[in-house]
Design a binder for this molecule. Structure first.
Ligand code: TYD
Length: 136
């Protein structure tokens, strides 16, 4: 799978009562079956999470409260930073992307929709292995 990071904009179904965003599996925004959902919250100030890549996993990250920064590095060394600071923004990460999550605000709740069950064998935690593009 090619490494790819896509910024996604969700369209809120807002009215005078407030906002609502609905996400559906196998849609343009979430182009996979959602098999797992996890969320990160109550993050200790200064914490940097992640520091790994995945071989096959597809994920959509949404900061539904507060803000955090996602740093994505491609196998060729290209780096991009994305500030997720509003519930209508998401980040789709596919393929071999080294990711870090950092600069969490105190109220940050980062929800992640994932295409697969948790599987340690899908992780690449060795940065040098990642840079070699070795997915084995
Ligand atoms: P970890 O991989 O360190 O999280 P991050 O990538 O955000 O830094 O995961 C923390 C712990 O939670 C670790 O013991 C593995 C476990 N875990 C699960 O059991 N299921 C999951 O879906 C995830 C993402 C983590």
């Amino acid at each position: 799978m090619d490494a790819r990071v896509t910024e996604i904009q969700f369209v809120p179904k807002g009215d005078e009562r407030g906002q609502l965003i609905a996400l559906e599996a196998l849609s343009e925004q979430v182009p996979f079956e959602v098999t797992r959902v996890y969320y990160i919250f109550d993050t200790t100030p200064g914490t940097v999470r992640g520091n790994h890549a995945h071989k096959n996993l597809k994920q959509v990250l949404i900061c539904v409260s507060g803000a955090c920064t996602i740093v994505c590095e491609m196998p060729d060394g290209t780096k991009m930073e994305y500030r997720l600071d509003w519930p209508n923004r998401g980040l789709l990460i596919e393929g071999l992307v080294w990711r870090q999550m950092k600069d969490f605000s105190k109220d940050a709740v980062l929800i992640v929709l994932a295409s697969e069950h948790y599987d340690e064998a899908d992780y690449i935690r060795d940065y040098n292995q990642f840079r070699k593009g070795c997915a084995k």
